[in-house]
Design a protein around this ligand. Structure first.
Ligand SMILES: Nc1nc2c(ncn2[C@@H]2O[C@H](COP(=O)(O)OP(=O)(O)OP(=O)(O)O)[C@@H](O)[C@H]2O)c(=O)[nH]1
Length: 693
């Protein structure tokens, strides 16, 4: 399979929950001939929502990858699509996908506009510099308003929107769009699932509006394109359709503008034009020419050009357990090619791994292929040790790409198997599930000895327990949800730890002097600085010392919660030529850390959530009062177009368990809420004494 990378697109579809991502993806699969019939979310027949839980709940939980082909401008484009979940509890799926994608379609509901999670995915796309186009969906629904959503995208997301279409008709009467560039009307046939559409002249009543927006369009793109600007001032008629299209593509890739189109996926209108827009405006892997990484041997920056002739390099962005093929690692190839049966290097572990089989993915089905090349997304089996975020590469040309950063889990649950005999089955299930999902963590509580599972929210953990029962056949008893606190150091301390043990023969000896202090503001984990001089601690023991400190940080001095950040300067030490070994230094570091941390005036940090409540005005007083009682801080109150109030607040997670039910009572079922993790903050007195020890 030879790739023409110019005609490849790796894109994601992301949005707030229920904006219509899965519905849109199903249309894409239908129009591109992958599926011969349309699967619907509400019937539980959507191809991309293949998990049982997804079909039952009508939501996307895991991101699914698929590939399709689209004929645009006489060329066949190969489009790899990742459909991602909208619910905040599964935000990890969006994060890892955006890390490897070249472009994104941001979907908005024409009725609800910019919603909290649309904002979150937008910021994630900003972080990874992913060019995007906007698709305003649900134009057929009552209350749909395309231009209002465009305004919100501008004001709430700060995007430079470039409106490319004008809707023809609205709500029940939505028929199609005016294409502002070609100045033609596109009207979809109601029959045959909208497979055909007609190109017509612009309806008389939309001519003026079309001209207005065409002028805005040319003015906007000329700001970023001197050729267009030159023509705009000398002879605007000279600006061709192709000039406009290639100028929009350039500015989209440079993140200067975001082209916006609209449609109704459910009513089969607009999706083909969206596919055209993906081919037209979103980048191919070679439009973004190269990726930077670090050579682990030289520790110098290197680049890999995005073509098949360069040494192989790829990033594993998702690990999944498949009941038929076993552990499946999804990866994006940045350079070179990978043949099945060959060896690659995992630059994190330093291990060579044989790739036994490679697949192209279509939801949960795998199509075996022999080779996969630069620019492509695939999955492979055969890995012995692989983690999300690992770089895979040619062993002669090692490279490490930037890892994917994941948020810390904020909510925990104590569990135990219902039947004692299921202990082994439970730990196997937990280890497989946590391997798949970097935001799902399993630990043992220091005081109670219980197994605590933690994740991003109540729904996240509920789905995990459901999967344990269905896929791994383990039933568990669970406790109440609990907050995953963190601990923080507030003072610095210099500490000497001497670890000495004298048994009959060879003893143990290690002596370390270090300074322990709080990490820099906003930092995560350990910053370790080695200032030991003259070999007072042999060089080969230093990595073990650092590793032991990192390990010790998982167990804070107050209640055994993880310490959020710390800085350790290893100042000095001594060793004994016979008794000292790696283990002695590891133990000295662990014990030393524990003893020192106690003296740094540690405090408890608690997760604070961003809460957004949408309520009829008459319930607002009650809801705000209740938020205040929950130690919440109101950030703002707005009104939306249907006169509902939007209350934004920051509230500690510990005060929000079961909030959906409370809100239902406060508003007689009329208010809705969304929440997502904001940040960890010190837990104030008197709440900072936990009933644990
Ligand atoms: N009227 C109308 N309904 C739509 C449209 N697109 C999607 N829907 C409906 O909106 C609901 C949500 O659609 P989904 O496709 O599941 O939304 P999603 O964004 O994938 O949702 P999550 O995966 O859970 O984040 C379903 O009932 C769809 O049938 C549309 O264009 N018009």
């Amino acid at each position: 399979m030879k790739n023409n990378l110019k005609y490849t697109r790796n894109i994601g579809i992301a949005a707030h929950i229920d904006a219509g991502k899965t519905t849109t993806t199903e249309r894409i699969l239908f129009y591109t001939g992958i599926n011969h019939k349309i699967g619907e979310v509400h019937d539980g027949t959507a191809t991309m929502d293949w998990m049982e839980q997804e079909q039952e709940r009508g939501i996307t939980i895991t991101s699914a990858a698929t590939k399709c082909e689209w004929l645009y401008n006489n060329n066949i484009y190969k489009i790899n699509i990742i459909d991602t979940p909208g619910h905040v509890d599964f935000t990890v799926e969006v994060e890892r996908s955006l890390r490897v994608l070249d472009g994104m379609v941001a979907l908005f509901s024409a009725v609800d506009g910019v919603e909290p999670q649309s904002e979150t995915v937008w910021r994630q796309a900003d972080k990874y510099k992913v060019p995007r186009i906007g698709f305003v969906n649900k134009m057929d629904r009552q209350g749909a308003d395309f231009f209002n959503v465009c305004e919100q995208i501008k004001s709430n997301l700060g995007a430079n929107c470039l409106i490319l279409q004008i809707p023809i008709g609205i709500e029940d009467n939505f028929q199609g769009v005016v294409d502002i560039i070609s100045k033609k009307a596109i009207i979809w046939d109601e029959k045959n699932y909208g497979t055909s559409y007609n190109i017509r002249t612009i309806p008389e009543e939309l001519l003026e509006l079309t001209n207005k927006y065409r002028n805005i369009l040319i003015e906007t793109i000329s700001e970023y394109d001197y050729d267009i600007m030159g023509k705009y001032f000398s002879n605007p008629n000279e600006i061709s359709e192709n000039d406009i299209i290639s100028s929009i593509k350039k500015s989209t890739i440079n993140l200067d503008i975001v082209p916006i189109i609209c449609g109704s996926s459910f009513k089969n209108k607009g999706v083909q034009v969206m596919l055209d827009a993906i081919c037209r405006y979103l980048p191919s892997p070679i439009d973004i020419k190269e990726t930077k990484g670090i050579n682990p041997k030289t520790e110098k920056e290197e680049i890999r050009k995005h073509n098949s002739k360069e040494p192989f390099s790829a990033l594993a962005f998702k690990i999944a357990t498949d009941s038929f093929v076993g552990r499946l690692a999804f990866f994006r190839v940045y350079s070179g090619q990978l043949k099945s049966g060959t060896y690659i290097l995992n630059s994190r572990s330093g291990n060579k791994e044989r790739i036994s089989r490679i697949y192209q993915m279509h939801a949960n089905k795998q199509n075996p292929v022999n080779i996969i090349e630069a620019g492509d997304i695939g999955a492979a089996v055969g890995f012995k040790d692989i983690k999300t975020g690992d770089t895979l590469c040619d062993e002669n040309y090692p490279i490490i790409y930037e890892n994917i950063s994941f948020p810390d889990p904020v909510i925990g649950l104590a569990i135990e198997p219902k039947y004692k005999s299921d202990i082994d089955k439970m730990s196997l299930a937990l280890s497989k599930l946590s391997e798949e999902d970097p935001t799902f963590i399993v630990r043992n509580d220091k005081y109670t000895g219980q197994t605590i599972i933690s994740g991003m929210g109540e729904l996240h953990l509920e789905i995990i327990l459901d999967r344990m029962e269905r896929e791994f056949k383990v039933k568990v008893n669970k406790g109440n949800p609990q907050v995953e606190y963190k601990e923080a150091l507030t003072n610095s301390i210099e500490h000497r730890e001497i670890y000495k043990k004298q048994t009959g023969g060879r003893g143990k000896y290690a002596d370390i002097l270090f300074k322990l202090e709080p990490g820099k503001k906003g930092a995560q984990g350990l910053e370790f600085i080695n200032k030991v001089k003259g070999g007072n601690i042999p060089k080969e023991y230093i990595p073990s010392i650092e590793k032991a400190f990192k390990e010790a940080m998982k167990n804070g001095p107050l209640y055994g919660y993880e310490i959020n950040n710390a800085r350790i300067i290893l100042i000095d030490g001594s060793y004994h030529s016979v008794d000292s070994d790696q283990l002695s230094f590891e133990l000295a570091s662990k014990i030393g850390f524990k003893n020192a941390a106690k003296k740094t005036n540690p405090i408890i940090l608690e997760p604070i959530m961003k809460l957004e409540v949408l309520t009829p005005p008459e319930n607002m007083g009650n809801i705000v009062g209740d938020i205040n009682r929950r130690r919440g801080i109101i950030q703002g109150m707005e009104e939306n177009r249907s006169n509902s109030k939007i209350i934004k607040a920051l509230v500690p997670l510990s005060e929000l368990f079961g909030y959906v039910t409370i809100l239902r009572t406060l508003s007689s079922g009329r208010a809705t809420s969304t929440m997502e993790f904001y940040k960890y903050k010190p837990k104030p007195a008197p709440y900072n004494i936990l009933n644990k020890k």
